[in-house]
Design a protein. Structure first.
Length: 146
């Protein structure tokens, strides 16, 4: 049980610190960044809103609120599906891709600094291995923007 509590507290502290830095530097939350990253990696830079909700582990209303903010900034657009009127896509705009690329430069450095301030390189390798076993059956995540 201690491992579970430590994992939850550690995740909360890490996300909180990284989120605060990302907001201060770029006006993006971690969820904004992850949403834009998923769209950037998707074919034609678009995903069904329901697929975004699933991948971001958000409710339908949660992803709607998230996308509303990104749309307001001009970083994401809505697009209807030509073959199914029930389906709506979220599409990363050129401005959104530029914002994501800009934020990626410092976000990766901030992540590195957060972890390197707390762990040695050997500990980070061990931590990655231990946590990796928790999601060993999940699909591989590609964090590249290009």
């Amino acid at each position: 049980m201690e491992a579970w509590i430590s994992l939850l507290r550690g995740q909360s502290a890490a996300v909180g610190a990284v989120n605060a830095q990302l907001v201060a530097d770029h006006g993006l939350t971690v969820n904004d960044f992850e949403c834009m990253l998923l769209l950037a990696r998707a074919e034609e830079r678009r995903l069904r809103r329901v697929d975004l909700a699933e991948q971001l582990i958000l409710t339908a209303s949660g992803v709607t609120r998230l996308l509303d903010g990104l749309e307001k900034e001009g970083w994401v657009d809505r697009a209807a599906c030509a073959s199914d009127r029930r389906v709506t896509y979220a599409v990363l705009t050129d401005e959104g891709l530029a914002k994501l690329r800009e934020a990626s430069k410092t976000h990766v450095a901030d992540l590195r600094a957060f972890f390197e301030a707390r762990y040695t390189s050997e500990e980070l390798e061990q931590l990655a291995g231990l946590l990796g076993r928790l999601h060993a059956d999940a699909p591989e995540l590609d964090c590249s923007v290009d």
